[in-house]
Ligand binder design. Structure first.
Ligand code: GUN
Length: 306
């Protein structure tokens, strides 16, 4: 048996198409929605993510305001840059790309982003609203995953969801979103005992750990829905050959780029054992961007359509 692909690119296009008339209405009535994107330093993965976010803004007619302070920026200097944006009537959302350089206290920085501009849903108020299941911006990756499950009519009530990873960006908000859909939720992490056994209980398995292909065959219950949030770069040819047997296209791409992308779940195990699964790339990634655009438009509507 082979699982059905949850097509992130297709759902991304659906969501963006639904946003277009809302953006046109805002632009006609007031001004285009505006997103401030702050990228500190030169993390290559972050640079790619931010480039894709800005590109999607421009495709949709959302204004982007880019700030690129240097790698050695201090917490105070970053707050000084972010603070004026949070009261700027021309700005609807503020995104500070994570991870930040080590010397910066990310929690302190996000505290300065008012909930009215918290497009990533990382602030304390937005997170409190999530705990209480009240409206507020939701973190884009978990919100995108939920949107995908709903658009594929995958039922969640009473299902056992196991989330591997307890990050503030993905694991924790994902657990709460699934709980609010009446799933029974287990969160696993680096100190969990018998991880494979916990994962094998999952009807819905969400992997967000950042370890290449760590969840192998014995972590997946046959028929489970598997959501792979991982985006890991493989630079060892033998690893690519081992993880993608019989996929010459992957190897060719590796030869060309010097790296191949793999998620947190062993790709062939996921394909063979799951009922539905998200491919890497083309699964969760495009949804994060779609939800970022949706959150920006939602905030713009709350600022401009009173
Ligand atoms: N780093 C990884 N994912 C995200 C995200 O959704 N938003 C921000 N700001 N940084 C990230």
């Amino acid at each position: 048996m082979s699982g059905v692909i949850l097509d992130g690119k297709k759902i991304n296009q659906e969501i963006l198409s639904e946003l277009r008339p809302r953006i046109a209405a805002l632009t006609a009535k007031a001004r285009p929605p505006a997103l401030a994107v702050v990228l500190v330093g030169n993390n290559p993965a972050s640079q790619i993510y931010v480039r894709n976010k800005v590109k999607t803004c421009h495709e949709l007619g959302i204004r982007s305001i880019e700030l690129t302070p240097p790698e050695n920026t201090t917490t105070e200097e970053l707050i000084e840059q972010v603070l004026p944006l949070t009261t700027d009537p021309e700005v609807d959302g503020i995104l500070v790309q994570m991870p930040l350089p080590k010397q910066i206290d990310a929690e302190r920085v996000t505290r300065y982003i008012d909930i009215s501009r918290d497009v990533d849903g990382f602030g304390i108020e937005s997170l409190g609203a999530l705990v209480l299941n009240r409206p507020a911006p939701r973190a884009c990756t978990p919100a995108g995953i939920l949107e995908m499950l709903q658009r594929y009519h995958i039922s969640l009530a009473g299902k056992h969801a196991v989330i591997v990873g307890r990050s503030d960006i993905v694991g924790k908000p994902m657990a709460l979103l699934l709980l609010h859909q009446n799933a029974t939720v287990t969160i696993c992490h680096s100190r969990t005992q018998n991880l494979a056994e916990e994962c094998r209980r999952a009807d819905i398995l969400v992997a967000a750990i950042g370890r290449p292909a760590m969840l192998t065959r014995d972590f997946i219950k046959p028929g489970a829905v598997v959501i792979d949030v991982g985006m890991n770069r493989l630079t060892d040819r033998a690893e690519v050959e081992r993880l993608f047997p019989g996929e010459p296209a992957r190897l060719a791409a590796f030869e060309k780029n010097g790296a191949a992308l793999v998620g947190d779940v062993d790709p062939s195990a996921m394909k063979e054992l799951s009922s539905y699964y998200t491919p890497v790339p083309g699964g969760v990634g495009p949804l994060t961007i779609a939800m970022l655009m949706a959150n920006t438009v939602q905030l713009a509507e709350s600022h401009l359509l009173q």
